[in-house]
Design a protein around this ligand. Structure first.
Ligand code: ZN
Length: 351
């Protein structure tokens, strides 16, 4: 079966906007035309087939039925025949780790030197863009790699997705032991150390702060949220169960994972406008796996090497905990029904 490429409109904008100045004209006068394509606008409307999209400057100025019949020799207009491809808004992965490896077969994460991690991180980001991810939210990265790549992309050094960087994860030392080895973490014990850790992330250019809250004392949690908010940054909390409830009561802006979220927390999240990133892909339910395998077989993709590789990569998550996976999906359903603002995150490398 031949699968046509899914083209992200934002990718086209990112790839071609950069070459406009060579036309020697006002940016606003230049047009990009995408024709012979199918449009999925992600509003729930059905797919619009055989369409033409006109982008003037940085905005979509027209979406019309049928192929483009304008002047192909006009130097201010670049026409791309997408050969029946699909155009849709860019994907956002709201929980990712730029230098992550999945699977990490040689168990190198956590001990490898910085440079290979930094190089892999950049390639991961650029690969993510090629697969349609135009924005990535980094929820914990070592050595401010995410900040560096964010700045390199926004300066136009490379073409990459838009990155929202958290820098390092602020968390207490595990069991309050002095085992400070995880390079993604900024360990802090007591409100003074927590404030310093928050400030370190802020000074290094973080866009928001990620906390691991379940073992934080109330005064540490309060110090963290206060420091972030005083500096105009949002706080997201890796948490679940009663830890998530405490975090929401204390004023965090988002919950990551939220395993075992109780009904009271879900209600508070809806009331306070706290976002929820359920990272559901980490815990696939048995029903989901069965459904996925059926669809893959129907599509005739069960022998495709890329698909086989992808299934092996997620197999560890499939097998981790069926019961927990089902519970997590139930929590996500409840959050949706309660009106909680839900954002999608993968909790791995960005694609
Ligand atoms: Zn994560």
């Amino acid at each position: 079966m031949k699968i046509k490429p899914a083209c992200s409109l934002a990718i086209f904008a990112a790839l071609f906007v950069g070459s406009w100045p060579s036309f020697g004209q006002e940016a606003g006068e230049n047009r990009i035309v995408l024709t012979n394509c199918n449009v999925i606008d992600c509003t729930g409307k059905s797919m619009m087939t055989d369409m033409t999209i006109v982008i003037t400057g940085k905005r979509i100025s027209k979406v019309t039925k049928g192929v483009y019949r304008g002047n192909n020799n006009d130097p201010s207009t670049r026409v791309f025949d997408l050969d029946g491809g699909y155009v849709l808004p860019g994907f956002w992965n709201m929980h990712s780790h730029l230098s992550d490896l999945l699977p990490d077969v040689n168990d190198i994460l956590g001990t490898e030197p910085l440079l290979p991690a930094a190089i892999r991180a950049g390639r991961n980001a650029m690969d993510a863009l090629k697969r349609g991810f135009t924005a990535l939210r980094m929820t914990g990265e070592r050595d401010y790699i995410d900040v560096a790549w964010r700045d390199a992309f926004s300066a136009g050094v490379f073409v990459g997705p838009r990155i929202f960087a958290s820098g390092k994860i602020v968390m207490p030392t595990p069991d309050r032991q002095q085992d400070r080895r995880w390079p993604v973490a900024l360990y802090a014990d007591g409100p003074i150390e927590v404030r310093k850790a928050m400030q370190e992330n802020i000074n290094r250019g973080a866009d928001f702060i990620k906390l691991v809250v379940n073992d934080l004392e109330p005064d540490e949690l309060e110090a963290a949220i206060e420091t972030a908010h005083a500096n105009g940054l949002r706080v997201t909390a890796h948490s679940g169960g009663i830890g998530a409830q405490r975090a929401v009561e204390a004023g965090v802006d988002c919950i990551e994972h939220g395993y075992g979220l109780n009904d009271k927390t879900i209600r508070m999240m809806a009331e306070k406008g706290v976002f929820y990133d359920a990272t559901i892909v980490c815990n696939l339910s048995k029903d989901y796996i069965a459904e996925r395998e059926k669809i893959i077989a129907e599509l005739g993709l069960d022998e495709d090497p890329e698909v086989v590789k992808g299934r092996i990569e997620v197999a560890f998550a499939d097998e981790r905990s069926q019961e927990m996976a089902s519970r997590q999906r139930e929590i996500l359903r409840k959050a949706r029904d309660a009106g909680v603002k839900i954002i999608p995150g993968g909790d791995s490398n960005p694609f």
